[in-house]
Write a protein that binds this ligand. Structure first.
Ligand code: PGA
Length: 258
């Protein structure tokens, strides 16, 4: 049985002290347990402190981005080496906000994925179509392009490490998620594609695919009940303890139906 996944992307919502306060109360929470693979992704400057606060917690800590270069004259960038030194395990790569606002490209995303894997970090690779793509029925085409380019030169063992986060851009930051059935169908497509890319793959079930985009305490159960949804990636609804705990509990319970 797969361990369900609950990732929390805090984006730039919280200041360092706010991120530390939230991490401290998460650390004290009695509802969290190891049945769920969980991680929080605070802003860079809060990483070290949040990581120390959660050092003995079952909640892991990761970064929201890395440089595609290992080291050198790259002003303002953050090296994968610094994340490894800090003892982090996860790094988010290619969120749609980074693609659309900060020029992450297929090429740079592929380099970041490979650098993360070489350094034993779990890449959380975000992929997803925008509204125009959806309306013009290009969802599968866009996803195939995102996935093939991101995995260029990545072997089967590497691909199994990656958490694929399907995040339809039109469903991020909205009132409603994409809908459980819609998301499940897309996850099924992604799973089949991954299976077809790696001849070692048995049936595609070994790949980890989570859904992100307006996940809330109200819709998480429905999403997690779908067979191809291995977990959720949550933005706004992960920012207060009550909803964090509720989502955690519901993700944990979903193991019964899988
Ligand atoms: P949201 O963000 O849950 O606030 O929609 C999700 C994301 O961008 O990963």
């Amino acid at each position: 049985m797969k361990r369900p996944i609950f990732g929390a992307g805090w984006k730039m919502y919280l200041s360092d002290s706010e991120a530390c306060q939230l991490a401290a109360i998460i650390n004290e929470s009695t509802v969290l347990d190891e049945s769920v693979e969980s991680y929080v992704l605070p802003t860079f400057t809060a990483l070290n402190r949040v990581n120390n606060i959660l050092a003995d917690s079952i909640v892991n800590v990761g970064a929201q981005n890395i440089s595609y270069e290992q080291s050198g004259a790259f002003t303002g960038e953050v090296s994968v080496r610094s994340l490894v030194e800090m003892g982090l395990k996860y790094v988010e790569i290619g969120h749609s906000e980074r693609r659309s606002l900060f020029n992450d490209t297929h090429v740079s995303i592929n380099r970041k994925v490979k650098l993360a894997l070489e350094n034993k970090l779990v890449p959380i690779l975000c992929i997803g179509e925008d509204l125009n793509d959806k309306i013009s029925m290009r969802t599968n085409e866009v996803l195939e392009m995102d996935i093939r380019t991101a995995l260029f030169g990545v072997d089967y063992e590497g691909a199994k490490e990656i958490i694929f986060a399907y995040e339809p851009i039109w469903a991020i930051g909205q009132q409603e998620s994409a809908g459980a059935k819609y998301a499940n169908n897309v996850h099924m497509f992604i799973r089949k594609l991954l299976h077809s890319l790696y001849h070692e793959s048995q049936n595609g079930n070994e790949f980890k695919i989570v859904y992100g985009g307006s996940v809330s305490t109200d819709n998480v159960e429905q999403l997690m009940n779908e067979p191809h949804i291995d977990g959720v990636f949550v933005g706004r609804s992960s920012l207060d303890l009550k909803s964090y705990e509720t989502i955690f509990r519901k993700v944990s319970k979903s193991t019964c139906v899988k």
